[in-house]
Write a protein that binds this ligand. Structure first.
Ligand SMILES: [Zn+2]
Length: 183
């Protein structure tokens, strides 16, 4: 089973006087140290300090997962010298690219969840507490208003939310803390 921890709880410019950062997540599973959506950050030190509380440095991170290509989610992607990147298109290692076909490892898989953006994906992580869906801005935060003014296609987004809610026990949204999915 994988272990998942929120390192930085995200916030939005509407709530935080112009400051915006995605929720930044650490997933660890049998030698894999993955950061999801390294965000914008006031400074890199904020994330370096959060990693150090977990006994990790930026050198230990071997995968960076990006839920979608909006700046507030990926601006800090270059912080991790040893990490492969994983996004909508697949694995990126150096300048080499290959499709991952939705498979990460035995405890992690990817579903396509477009609507907020065309390239939005959700990572499903099997943990001892059940399946956690890390869905980026498919859901901004718990009890967010249903209308997403940044969505490229609201109808498609609604279908993606339904897809996430069908499979998740817990949801990590794009800009807030984890919450239980009441199915
Ligand atoms: Zn966002």
């Amino acid at each position: 089973m994988a272990q998942l921890k929120i390192l930085i709880e995200g916030y939005t410019s509407a709530d935080s006087n112009g400051h915006a950062c995605s929720t930044i997540v650490l997933v660890q599973d049998d030698g894999l140290n993955m950061i999801i959506d390294p965000g914008t950050l006031p400074s890199q030190k904020v994330l370096i300090d959060a990693l150090s509380k977990e006994g990790l440095t930026v050198d230990d991170i071997n995968v960076v997962f990006i839920t979608h290509s909006h700046m507030d989610h990926y601006k800090s992607i270059g912080m991790f010298p040893n990490a492969k990147a994983l996004d909508y298109w697949g694995w990126w290692e150096g300048d080499f690219w290959k499709d991952c076909n939705g498979h990460v490892n035995e405890n992690m898989s990817i579903i396509k969840t477009p609507g907020h953006s065309n390239d939005s994906i959700t990572l499903l992580v099997k943990t001892k507490d059940g399946t956690i869906a890390v869905c980026g801005d498919v859901i901004w935060k718990e009890n967010a208003s249903e209308h997403d003014k940044f969505a490229v296609d609201m109808e498609t987004l609604k279908k993606s939310r339904k897809k996430v809610k069908e499979v998740a026990d817990w949801i990590v949204p794009g800009h807030g803390g984890m919450f239980k999915n009441n199915r």
